[in-house]
Design a protein. Structure first.
Length: 347
């Protein structure tokens, strides 16, 4: 792709998200979402492959349907309230339609089946953008309307996403699909945070983006596409793969790593709000996710593949180490002792 076109697409991607984040009018928010969608589709279909074309088509259809539902919800709310302010979503039917539309954009259960397929059809770098940057604008709209959302519907979506996201990832062998179901699970935790303590959402989203970026960066560096590729990556860089194992466990929320912080704070707020049964369900739902993270960690450092001399394995061609890998892996593993300080700064 031409570098000028590539730069234009990246700038449009960033501009669409920034417009949505900084707007208080429904039309501007919808415009930002549309710019964001139109900018990511050429990035997905950049590689001329049938899977990439299929992924781009699916992404366009889903995002267009969700944007149309958001517009219909905003028009319904404006019809009854005579205002287009995002924070004044007081109509109950409009609130439910908006919640379902955002669930489609985020890939929440039960409208999640498009997300793993698109992640698998895109490249690893594009999958990183879809699972991190593309979540910011819809979550911003959820944050702005958190006081008027249908709490029962949002609680149900959160619990279903955390449960089915972990269970569906158990039988996957492709790393992009595993991380797609991991994203669905984390979106369930994020929407639960929005329902209880909206101020905690920024911390949870920041840690999720940090953890996911670190895992994707190591997969990009070692050119890993399947779980079995993790075993063959050991001789490429033992230190990097050891840190990758710790990052995967941190993404699963295993103490004493950084990924345990948001889950601990969310469960604390749920028990404080007397939501004991949903908190137990949410805590138990993290066990399947932790299992497939442990399986990936096992393949990372505890397996050694056969190495016949006639096969051109990738560790014979050492790849340059990215300068951001060291701070990323350090923050994704060592921030748990700073939990009180970070939590007080976000509230």
């Amino acid at each position: 792709m031409n570098p000028s076109i590539w730069s234009l697409l990246i700038m449009s991607l960033a501009t669409g998200t920034i417009i949505t984040m900084s707007s208080h009018h429904w039309m501007l928010a919808w415009l930002g979402l549309e710019i964001n969608t139109l900018a990511i589709i050429p990035i997905i279909t950049k590689h001329h492959h049938p899977r990439a074309t299929e992924a781009g088509t699916k992404y366009f259809l889903i995002q267009a349907a969700a944007s149309a539902l958001i517009m219909f919800a905003s028009m319904t709310n404006a019809w009854t309230t005579n205002q287009w302010d995002i924070t004044q979503l007081t109509n109950q039917q409009a609130s439910m339609m908006f919640t379902l539309a955002i669930a489609m954009k985020l890939g929440l259960v039960p409208v999640h089946l498009w997300f793993p397929e698109i992640m698998q059809g895109a490249t690893i770098k594009t999958a990183l953008i879809i699972s991190t940057w593309q979540k910011i604008a819809p979550l911003t709209l959820l944050y702005l309307t958190s006081n008027h959302l249908h709490s029962t519907l949002l609680l149900t979506l959160s619990l279903l996403s955390s449960i089915l996201g972990g269970i569906s990832g158990l039988n996957q062998t492709q790393t992009r699909k595993i991380l797609a179901y991991s994203s669905i699970t984390h979106m369930g935790w994020l929407t639960m945070t929005l329902l209880l303590t909206p101020n905690l959402t920024l911390l949870t989203l920041t840690l999720y983006i940090m953890l996911t970026t670190t895992v994707f960066s190591t997969l990009i560096e070692t050119t890993t596409k399947t779980i079995t590729d993790l075993g063959t990556s050991w001789t490429h860089s033992p230190t990097t793969l050891t840190l990758t194992m710790m990052t995967l466990l941190s993404l699963g929320g295993l103490p004493p790593l950084t990924g345990f912080m948001p889950k601990l704070l969310i469960l604390k707020d749920m028990t404080t709000s007397e939501l004991v049964t949903p908190s137990i369900i949410l805590a138990l739902s993290s066990l399947p996710s932790l299992f497939f993270y442990l399986r990936m960690a096992y393949f990372t450092i505890m397996t050694a593949p056969p190495t016949p001399a006639t096969t051109p394995y990738k560790w014979r061609f050492p790849l340059p180490t990215k300068p951001m890998m060291a701070p990323l892996t350090a923050t994704t593993n060592l921030l748990l002792p700073l939990t009180p300080l970070i939590y007080n700064l976000t509230l």
